[in-house]
Design a protein. Structure first.
Lengths: 130, 132
Protein backbone atom coordinates (compact mmCIF):
# COMPACT_ATOMS: atom_id res chain seq x y z
CA UNK A 1 0.00 0.00 0.00
CA UNK A 2 1.31 3.42 -0.87
CA UNK A 3 1.92 5.80 2.01
CA UNK A 4 3.09 9.37 1.66
CA UNK A 5 5.88 9.81 4.26
CA UNK A 6 5.34 13.58 4.21
CA UNK A 7 1.93 13.19 5.81
CA UNK A 8 1.80 13.37 9.61
CA UNK A 9 1.06 10.18 11.49
CA UNK A 10 -2.24 10.01 13.27
CA UNK A 11 -1.97 9.39 17.00
CA UNK A 12 -1.64 5.69 17.61
CA UNK A 13 -0.74 3.77 20.73
CA UNK A 14 2.12 1.85 19.12
CA UNK A 15 3.30 4.37 16.55
CA UNK A 16 5.44 7.04 18.14
CA UNK A 17 9.03 8.15 18.38
CA UNK A 18 10.85 7.79 21.67
CA UNK A 19 11.63 11.12 23.37
CA UNK A 20 13.32 12.37 26.54
CA UNK A 21 9.99 13.35 28.12
CA UNK A 22 8.86 9.71 27.95
CA UNK A 23 12.11 8.49 29.47
CA UNK A 24 11.86 11.03 32.31
CA UNK A 25 8.22 10.13 32.88
CA UNK A 26 8.89 6.42 33.35
CA UNK A 27 12.10 7.16 35.27
CA UNK A 28 10.04 9.16 37.78
CA UNK A 29 8.04 6.03 38.50
CA UNK A 30 11.05 3.68 38.50
CA UNK A 31 13.18 5.89 40.76
CA UNK A 32 10.20 6.52 43.04
CA UNK A 33 9.53 2.79 43.40
CA UNK A 34 13.24 2.11 44.01
CA UNK A 35 13.49 4.80 46.68
CA UNK A 36 10.24 3.61 48.29
CA UNK A 37 11.53 0.04 48.62
CA UNK A 38 15.35 -0.15 48.70
CA UNK A 39 15.76 3.43 49.97
CA UNK A 40 13.18 2.98 52.73
CA UNK A 41 14.80 -0.31 53.82
CA UNK A 42 18.21 1.40 53.97
CA UNK A 43 16.77 4.24 56.08
CA UNK A 44 15.08 1.77 58.46
CA UNK A 45 18.26 -0.33 58.74
CA UNK A 46 20.44 2.73 59.45
CA UNK A 47 18.11 4.06 62.20
CA UNK A 48 17.36 0.73 63.90
CA UNK A 49 21.08 -0.14 63.86
CA UNK A 50 21.90 3.22 65.45
CA UNK A 51 19.23 2.64 68.12
CA UNK A 52 20.29 -0.96 68.77
CA UNK A 53 23.92 -0.26 69.62
CA UNK A 54 27.50 0.16 68.45
CA UNK A 55 27.85 -3.43 67.22
CA UNK A 56 24.71 -3.37 65.08
CA UNK A 57 25.79 0.01 63.74
CA UNK A 58 29.25 -1.32 62.86
CA UNK A 59 27.58 -4.14 60.92
CA UNK A 60 25.48 -1.62 58.97
CA UNK A 61 28.56 0.49 58.21
CA UNK A 62 30.53 -2.57 57.05
CA UNK A 63 27.80 -3.15 54.44
CA UNK A 64 27.46 0.54 53.57
CA UNK A 65 31.15 0.99 52.77
CA UNK A 66 31.52 -2.32 50.93
CA UNK A 67 31.66 -2.13 47.08
CA UNK A 68 28.11 -3.45 46.98
CA UNK A 69 26.94 -0.83 49.50
CA UNK A 70 28.62 2.00 47.60
CA UNK A 71 27.04 0.79 44.35
CA UNK A 72 23.59 0.85 46.00
CA UNK A 73 24.41 4.21 47.61
CA UNK A 74 25.33 5.81 44.28
CA UNK A 75 22.16 4.33 42.75
CA UNK A 76 19.95 5.62 45.57
CA UNK A 77 21.48 9.11 45.51
CA UNK A 78 21.02 9.32 41.72
CA UNK A 79 17.43 8.06 42.09
CA UNK A 80 16.79 10.67 44.80
CA UNK A 81 18.12 13.52 42.62
CA UNK A 82 16.33 12.31 39.47
CA UNK A 83 13.02 11.84 41.31
CA UNK A 84 13.36 15.25 43.00
CA UNK A 85 14.17 17.13 39.79
CA UNK A 86 11.44 15.47 37.76
CA UNK A 87 9.09 16.02 40.70
CA UNK A 88 9.87 19.74 40.51
CA UNK A 89 9.21 19.56 36.75
CA UNK A 90 5.84 18.01 37.54
CA UNK A 91 4.99 20.97 39.79
CA UNK A 92 5.53 23.31 36.83
CA UNK A 93 3.36 21.10 34.62
CA UNK A 94 0.71 20.90 37.38
CA UNK A 95 0.09 24.63 36.99
CA UNK A 96 -0.29 24.09 33.24
CA UNK A 97 3.09 25.49 32.16
CA UNK A 98 5.98 23.98 30.21
CA UNK A 99 3.99 21.86 27.77
CA UNK A 100 5.39 23.50 24.60
CA UNK A 101 7.36 20.86 22.69
CA UNK A 102 10.80 22.46 22.90
CA UNK A 103 10.39 23.65 26.52
CA UNK A 104 9.08 20.29 27.63
CA UNK A 105 11.92 18.41 25.93
CA UNK A 106 14.53 20.85 27.27
CA UNK A 107 13.51 20.49 30.92
CA UNK A 108 13.12 16.72 30.58
CA UNK A 109 16.75 16.62 29.41
CA UNK A 110 17.80 19.02 32.18
CA UNK A 111 16.49 16.68 34.89
CA UNK A 112 18.75 13.94 33.44
CA UNK A 113 21.78 16.25 33.29
CA UNK A 114 21.00 17.71 36.71
CA UNK A 115 20.70 14.36 38.48
CA UNK A 116 23.97 13.13 36.91
CA UNK A 117 25.80 16.33 37.93
CA UNK A 118 24.40 16.33 41.48
CA UNK A 119 25.29 12.64 41.95
CA UNK A 120 28.84 13.28 40.70
CA UNK A 121 29.23 16.33 42.96
CA UNK A 122 27.94 14.47 46.03
CA UNK A 123 30.30 11.52 45.56
CA UNK A 124 33.23 13.74 44.63
CA UNK A 125 32.63 15.59 47.90
CA UNK A 126 32.42 12.32 49.85
CA UNK A 127 35.63 10.96 48.29
CA UNK A 128 37.64 14.19 48.57
CA UNK A 129 36.49 15.61 51.91
CA UNK A 130 35.43 12.58 53.93
CA UNK B 1 -33.55 -3.91 29.25
CA UNK B 2 -34.66 -1.39 31.79
CA UNK B 3 -32.15 -0.54 34.52
CA UNK B 4 -33.71 -0.87 37.95
CA UNK B 5 -31.07 1.24 39.69
CA UNK B 6 -30.46 4.94 39.69
CA UNK B 7 -27.46 6.34 37.76
CA UNK B 8 -25.71 7.25 41.04
CA UNK B 9 -26.05 3.69 42.34
CA UNK B 10 -24.38 2.34 39.19
CA UNK B 11 -21.28 4.58 39.37
CA UNK B 12 -20.79 4.41 43.12
CA UNK B 13 -17.57 2.61 44.00
CA UNK B 14 -16.35 2.62 40.41
CA UNK B 15 -14.51 5.93 40.50
CA UNK B 16 -12.46 8.06 42.80
CA UNK B 17 -15.63 8.91 44.77
CA UNK B 18 -14.19 12.40 45.33
CA UNK B 19 -11.11 11.06 47.12
CA UNK B 20 -8.86 11.13 44.01
CA UNK B 21 -8.16 14.85 44.28
CA UNK B 22 -7.39 14.43 47.96
CA UNK B 23 -4.82 11.71 47.21
CA UNK B 24 -3.30 13.87 44.47
CA UNK B 25 -3.11 16.88 46.79
CA UNK B 26 -1.52 14.94 49.67
CA UNK B 27 1.06 13.51 47.29
CA UNK B 28 2.11 17.07 46.34
CA UNK B 29 2.02 18.29 49.94
CA UNK B 30 4.18 15.43 51.25
CA UNK B 31 6.57 15.80 48.30
CA UNK B 32 7.37 19.38 49.37
CA UNK B 33 7.84 18.47 53.05
CA UNK B 34 9.94 15.41 52.11
CA UNK B 35 12.11 17.52 49.81
CA UNK B 36 12.76 20.18 52.47
CA UNK B 37 13.52 17.56 55.14
CA UNK B 38 15.86 15.59 52.85
CA UNK B 39 17.84 18.73 52.04
CA UNK B 40 18.17 19.19 55.82
CA UNK B 41 19.23 15.53 56.33
CA UNK B 42 21.80 15.56 53.54
CA UNK B 43 23.30 18.87 54.71
CA UNK B 44 23.38 17.68 58.34
CA UNK B 45 25.07 14.36 57.49
CA UNK B 46 27.66 16.04 55.25
CA UNK B 47 28.46 18.53 58.02
CA UNK B 48 28.88 15.94 60.79
CA UNK B 49 32.56 15.46 61.70
CA UNK B 50 32.11 11.69 61.51
CA UNK B 51 29.37 9.20 60.69
CA UNK B 52 30.36 6.67 63.37
CA UNK B 53 27.90 5.46 66.01
CA UNK B 54 28.93 7.95 68.68
CA UNK B 55 28.68 10.95 66.37
CA UNK B 56 25.36 9.95 64.81
CA UNK B 57 23.57 9.06 68.06
CA UNK B 58 24.84 12.20 69.83
CA UNK B 59 23.58 14.27 66.93
CA UNK B 60 20.20 12.46 66.75
CA UNK B 61 19.67 12.83 70.50
CA UNK B 62 19.45 16.61 70.28
CA UNK B 63 15.91 18.03 69.82
CA UNK B 64 16.86 20.07 66.75
CA UNK B 65 17.90 16.85 65.00
CA UNK B 66 15.41 14.37 66.47
CA UNK B 67 12.30 16.39 65.65
CA UNK B 68 13.12 17.03 61.95
CA UNK B 69 14.13 13.36 61.69
CA UNK B 70 10.75 12.23 63.10
CA UNK B 71 8.96 14.59 60.71
CA UNK B 72 11.09 13.26 57.85
CA UNK B 73 10.03 9.70 58.67
CA UNK B 74 6.31 10.58 58.74
CA UNK B 75 6.56 12.66 55.57
CA UNK B 76 8.67 10.14 53.64
CA UNK B 77 6.64 7.05 54.55
CA UNK B 78 3.38 8.86 53.87
CA UNK B 79 4.66 10.03 50.48
CA UNK B 80 6.00 6.61 49.45
CA UNK B 81 2.72 4.95 50.49
CA UNK B 82 0.72 7.36 48.29
CA UNK B 83 3.14 6.84 45.39
CA UNK B 84 3.31 3.05 45.54
CA UNK B 85 -0.50 2.91 45.83
CA UNK B 86 -0.80 4.64 42.45
CA UNK B 87 1.70 2.20 40.94
CA UNK B 88 -0.34 -0.74 42.30
CA UNK B 89 -3.63 0.77 41.07
CA UNK B 90 -2.11 1.19 37.59
CA UNK B 91 -0.67 -2.30 37.18
CA UNK B 92 -2.75 -4.64 39.35
CA UNK B 93 -6.08 -4.98 37.60
CA UNK B 94 -7.72 -7.89 39.38
CA UNK B 95 -9.86 -6.57 42.24
CA UNK B 96 -8.83 -9.19 44.79
CA UNK B 97 -5.11 -8.77 44.16
CA UNK B 98 -5.49 -5.01 44.15
CA UNK B 99 -7.19 -5.03 47.55
CA UNK B 100 -4.58 -7.47 48.88
CA UNK B 101 -1.63 -5.43 47.54
CA UNK B 102 -2.90 -2.12 48.87
CA UNK B 103 -3.70 -3.66 52.27
CA UNK B 104 -0.19 -5.14 52.42
CA UNK B 105 1.29 -1.79 51.36
CA UNK B 106 -0.54 -0.03 54.20
CA UNK B 107 0.64 -2.57 56.76
CA UNK B 108 4.28 -2.56 55.58
CA UNK B 109 4.45 1.23 55.35
CA UNK B 110 3.11 1.69 58.87
CA UNK B 111 5.35 -1.08 60.26
CA UNK B 112 8.47 0.31 58.55
CA UNK B 113 7.66 3.87 59.54
CA UNK B 114 6.99 2.84 63.15
CA UNK B 115 10.31 0.99 63.31
CA UNK B 116 12.24 4.02 62.08
CA UNK B 117 10.17 6.40 64.25
CA UNK B 118 10.70 4.35 67.42
CA UNK B 119 14.44 4.07 66.74
CA UNK B 120 14.79 7.85 66.71
CA UNK B 121 12.72 8.11 69.91
CA UNK B 122 14.93 5.52 71.60
CA UNK B 123 18.08 7.40 70.65
CA UNK B 124 16.56 10.71 71.72
CA UNK B 125 15.09 9.56 75.05
CA UNK B 126 17.27 6.54 75.84
CA UNK B 127 20.37 8.46 76.82
CA UNK B 128 23.58 6.55 76.17
CA UNK B 129 23.00 3.75 73.66
CA UNK B 130 26.70 3.32 72.99
CA UNK B 131 26.80 0.34 75.31
CA UNK B 132 23.73 -1.35 73.87
Amino acid sequence: MHRNPQRPLSPHLSVWRWGPHMLVSILHRITGSGLATIGALALIWWLTAAATGAEAYEYFVSWAISPYGIFVGIGLSWALFQHTLSGLRHFVMDIGAGFELTTNKFWANMTLVGSAVLTALLWAYIVMVK
Amino acid sequence: MMKMETPIARVRGLGSARSGAHHWWLERLTSISTLVLFVWLLMSLLRLPSLDHQAVTTWLASPVAAVPMLLLIVSTFWHLKLGLQVVIEDYVHEDGWKLFSITLLNFLTIAGGALAFFSVLKIAFGGDVTNG
